[in-house]
Design a protein around this ligand. Structure first.
Ligand code: G16
Length: 542
């Protein structure tokens, strides 16, 4: 029976860079989830009788949220739901299901790389029919609706069993509980040369894939060990846990330091990789080397034609603004388009749909292609494996060859996390106020050429997104970018992105932090980081 339940609005349900992310206790407030879900449904048109995909990364509160969404979807008139068994489905796999099954859209329950547990993070994101995150037009409509919501609709049937693959019916709505790995694994088999990768493993090549107790566990196990013949033990921490084993499921040099230490030791495998909470980010390491996400984007783009799915070449390469310009050099050499978008995967959707870009990537450890409309951690790992298998080179050799050809964009990101929100906003507004006075000023040997507040003009739908980060360009191609994170759940996070281009063959193998030391100091000085935040050093360096 459908119930219409009166409710009162919460004023803080504005989706950020990637959906609504909050602490679990906030989501557990009375009707908090219901209000947001009803606001999503009220902002959509034409979904009656259509299909919705639901998937989550297995974190704490996933099952509870799914049961609510199932009952609300039925009451609001969806015709069918497709749900991953145990409520599990990686973000790229949800994107694939939306596209493959031609569904109306999908809901992803995840706070990505943020920790999980009763006091940790949770998130809800809506994806549209192209498989990608809802564009700002829709997320802003959802937010506007959430501020005025006064009722929601829900069925009152008992909870469904998420643990069994089955096709059932509830409240006049069909529900399919499916194996979340199968369709995704099939797509990977179409894109990559599985025979070549199988041969590589047969020849003794060894890798470690760490799922960090998050959603890619079952995917890594099935694809790497079962389908590609990698030895048992290649997939590590492969059982998804509601609290990710108490760790941050963030594949970076801080939270996956054990992997970095492994590749720097004499026990290093040939290749090591990790993915995050919901399976869309990646970490790429080889014996004795960490590949920055910006470099990985450039190297994957330069070699993608070696994989069957990209043998016809690329249409274009898109990167988020703070991502290094390494991939622009590849695009220039290939004679294809290169695009610079604001942070947030949703900005790539139009370029991919219009066939203008084939591969996209972000400094925040996300890479992907037109195969889905989300970044895809395991995809990046498999493309690396495909390239290593075909070229017969080590990860380091691929990187060194790339730098020799294109030069090297030394790159680092310094994060100041959980800064008081007022202080962070003051730092940004003071910085914005001084933009016009910066050109011509020198910091050490670096002279500012221009400085601006990045605004994106979407070449497809002509929408404009302003205030997407402060950019300071120096003569010679170096750059510092400042922006506030849109994914944090505590105070504000200031991100400082620092980049220097080096073409001198004798200077291609420097320590990154040392190579960037002057610019790092300049960033602190220009923005007055210490004065505003009281911090001597960043919380995280990647
Ligand atoms: C999300 C977005 C990414 C973005 C990242 C970092 O990733 O999907 O496009 O680059 O957040 O955003 P910010 O710098 O604003 O924190 P994920 O993996 O968290 O969904």
């Amino acid at each position: 029976m459908i119930k219409t339940v009166p409710t009162t609005p919460y004023m803080d349900q504005r989706p950020g860079t990637s959906g609504l992310r909050k602490k679990v206790p906030e989501f557990q407030q009375p009707n908090y989830v219901q209000n947001f879900i009803q606001s999503i449904f009220d902002s959509l048109e034409g979904y009656k009788g259509k299909t919705l995909v639901i998937g989550g990364d297995g974190r704490y509160f996933n099952p509870e949220a799914i049961q609510i969404i199932v009952k609300m979807a039925a009451a609001n008139g969806f015709g069918k739901l497709i749900i991953g068994k145990d409520g599990i489905c990686s973000t790229p796999a949800v994107s694939n299901l939306i596209r493959k099954k031609k569904t109306f859209g999908g809901i992803i329950l995840s706070a990505s790389h943020n920790p999980g547990g009763p006091k940790e993070d949770f998130g809800i994101k809506y994806n549209i029919g192209n498989g990608g995150p809802a564009p700002e037009k829709i997320t802003e409509a959802i937010f506007a609706r959430s501020k005025g919501i006064d009722r929601y609709r829900i069925e009152d049937f008992p909870d469904i069993d998420l643990g069994k693959i089955a096709a059932i019916e509830r409240g006049g709505m069909a529900i399919e509980i499916i194996d979340p790995v199968k369709d995704y694994a099939e797509l990977m088999e179409e894109l990559f040369d599985f025979d070549a990768i199988r041969k590589l493993f047969k020849s003794g090549f060894r890798m470690v894939f760490d799922s960090m107790h998050a959603v890619t566990g079952p995917y890594g196990k099935e694809i790497l060990e079962n389908r590609l013949g990698a030895p048992e033990g290649t997939a590590r921490n492969f059982r998804p846990l509601p609290d990710f084993g108490g760790h941050h499921p963030d594949p970076n040099l801080v939270h996956a330091k054990h992997l970095y230490d492994l590749v720097m030791s004499d026990k290093s495998p040939d290749f090591a990789a990790a993915s995050d909470g919901d399976g869309d980010r990646n970490l790429i390491l080889g014996r004795g080397i960490f590949i920055t996400p910006s470099d990985s984007l450039a190297m994957l783009s330069a070699n993608a034609h070696l994989a069957p799915g990209y043998k016809g070449g690329l249409k274009g390469i898109a990167r988020s603004m703070p991502t290094s310009a390494a991939s622009d050099r590849v695009a220039a050499k290939l004679g294809i388009g290169s695009y610079e978008t604001p942070t947030g995967w949703k900005f790539f959707g139009n370029l991919l749909d219009a066939g203008m870009a084939t591969i996209c990537g972000e400094e925040s450890a996300g890479t992907g292609s037109n195969h889905v409309r989300e970044k895809d951690g395991l995809w990046a790992v498999l493309l690396w494996l495909n390239i290593l298998a075909v070229r017969g080179l080590s990860v380091r050799e691929v990187a060194e060859d790339h730098w020799k050809t294109y030069g090297r964009n030394y790159y680092t990101r310094h994060d100041y996390e959980a800064v008081k929100s007022d202080a962070a906003h003051k730092l940004m507004s003071e910085l914005t106020a001084k933009l016009s006075s910066l050109p011509g000023q020198s910091f050490g040997k670096d002279k500012v050429e221009k400085a601006d507040d990045f605004a994106y003009h979407d070449p497809v739908d002509h929408s404009v997104s302003e205030h997407q980060g402060i950019r300071i360009f120096f003569e010679g191609g170096s750059r510092i970018v400042f922006r506030l994170s849109g994914t944090g759940t505590e105070g504000a996070t200031i991100r400082v992105y620092i980049e220097r281009y080096e073409a001198d063959p004798a200077r291609l193998d420097l320590d990154t932090q040392k190579a960037l030391a002057d610019l790092i100091a300049a960033a602190g000085k220009i923005a007055g980081i210490k004065a505003h935040t009281g911090r001597d050093r960043p919380s995280v360096i990647t």
